[in-house]
Write a protein of this length. Structure first.
Length: 447
């Protein structure tokens, strides 16, 4: 058996890592950017009483507000300048991608290459400003109606307070959007995913402390606390297995004559991931649920009976929330898979280069076959995502466990970690190839 350390040493050449200056600069940029993000989560909004907010969130820490607070790294609980986090940008991205599949002009724009991508990114930014402004105003109005045991959460409510909150939260969201884009271009990995990853990891220590406190007060069985590490390891292993699982489609290339020799005739394979959409569906589903659930979370005791009933139905463990969350995950699993993989385009490319699937005619038959296979493996991938994401909902509603040991957070952490490590590995390989090319050129000059 090969140990984890030996496997890591095989995947990453640490001697090459020490010489890869460009890679180290990128990693340092990501670390510094995440430090800036964490600093911002501790800067409170003007006019907010932090002690009252802490009291209010203690009463709702196992609700949906606690889930969104996890994604923001505690920024929502402290009502900091990054309280909305990057969620408005993700919601805007969802809407723009949906429109690009429905509106013909935007569909053509998507095919325009780099110029079309830049225009779509610009539309996403404009929509982010609109969504962040609406969410920030709703949050400001909700804060004015909130009060804890020691008083109101807002020191001086009114128009000026609402204006300051909207301007501050909008600026915080736009700054995080810019920071995520900089991390993607100048760092390693996807910047938006890394910001969410940092928020989740930052909450792990407090979740551990809270778990031990619950065990100490006999709120949860001690045996259950001892079983948590084994459960986390099992879920992580299951996530890694499913994220690496794929269906291999055999591709055959015909023999053809080039010059005096015959080339081709070899068989290759096309890997189709079981979970093509990755971690996107849970993040998209959570971001779309954020606005209505946040507003419902601020409903006071004097609200009408029907509104209180709607609020209660959106609490964790309730069937309305579970069905809505599952439906959104399934929808985005199929939608995002359709966005990133086009069977017709893939079939055309195979025919262009002479490749074919044995037993399947090139062209439309190949596209139909790829669509058939992709649809069925996406059903399994969507079911896996629903299971992993709903697992913590059952644990929290039945056993009062902290959310951070749940599937959605682990799914994001594991997926982002795997993606980042893969990109580090590819940078190291590129650096090694550059070194080999330089050595070959020097030898050629000497000879």
């Amino acid at each position: 058996m090969v140990s984890a350390a030996e496997q890591l040493a095989k995947n990453i050449n640490f001697s090459a890592f020490a010489k890869a200056e460009e890679l180290k600069k990128r990693l340092w940029f990501v670390v510094l950017a995440l430090l800036v993000f964490r600093l911002g989560t501790h800067i409170p909004l003007p006019g907010i009483d932090p002690r009252v907010m802490e009291e209010i969130f203690k009463q709702n820490q196992n609700g949906l507000l606690g889930m969104f607070d996890m994604f923001s790294g505690g920024a929502l609980k402290r009502m900091s300048i990054f309280a909305l986090n990057i969620m408005p940008y993700i919601s805007a991205s969802i809407i723009v991608q949906l429109m690009s599949s429905v509106v013909p002009s935007m569909e053509e724009m998507k095919k325009d290459g780099e110029a079309g991508r830049k225009r779509m990114n610009q539309y996403t930014r404009y929509l982010t400003v609109l969504l962040a402004s609406v969410q920030a105003y709703g949050l400001a109005v909700g804060l004015e109606s909130m009060s804890g045991p020691t008083g109101s959460a807002v020191i001086n409510p009114g128009f000026f307070f609402r204006f300051v909150v909207v301007a501050t939260l909008l600026g915080g969201t736009m700054f995080l959007m810019w920071l995520g884009e900089q991390m993607t271009s100048r760092g390693i990995g996807n910047g938006i995913s890394l910001i969410i990853f940092a928020g989740i990891v930052a909450g792990l220590p407090s979740a551990l402390v809270r778990t031990f406190e619950l065990a100490k007060t006999q709120s949860i069985p001690t045996l259950l606390v001892l079983l948590i590490p084994a459960g986390v390891v099992a879920v992580v292993a299951f996530i890694v297995f499913m994220e690496r699982a794929h269906r291999r489609i055999i591709i055959q290339y015909p023999k053809r004559q080039m010059g005096a020799g015959i080339v081709g005739g070899e068989a290759s394979h096309m890997p189709l991931k079981l979970n093509t959409s990755g971690v996107i569906p849970p993040i998209f589903a959570s971001s779309l649920l954020m606005l209505p659930t946040t507003v419902l979370g601020f409903i006071g005791k004097d609200a009408p009976g029907w509104l209180t009933m709607v609020k209660d139905s959106f609490q964790r463990g309730q069937w309305v929330y579970m069905v809505l969350y599952s439906s959104l995950i399934i929808f985005f699993s199929f939608f995002y898979t359709a966005v990133v993989f086009n069977p017709t385009e893939t079939a055309d490319n195979l025919r262009k280069y002479g490749g074919f699937i044995p037993g399947i005619r090139p062209g439309k038959s190949t596209a139909d076959y790829l669509d058939f296979v992709l649809t069925r493996i996406t059903v399994i991938g969507a079911a896996y995502l629903v299971f992993v994401c709903l697992l913590p909902e059952f644990l929290i509603s039945k056993m009062n466990l902290p959310f951070y040991f749940g599937g959605t957070s682990l799914l994001i952490v594991v997926s982002v970690t795997m993606d980042t490590v893969a990109q580090v590995h590819s940078h190291l390989l590129a650096h090694q190839y550059e070194g080999l090319l330089k050595k070959a050129k020097l030898r050629g000059r000497r000879s």
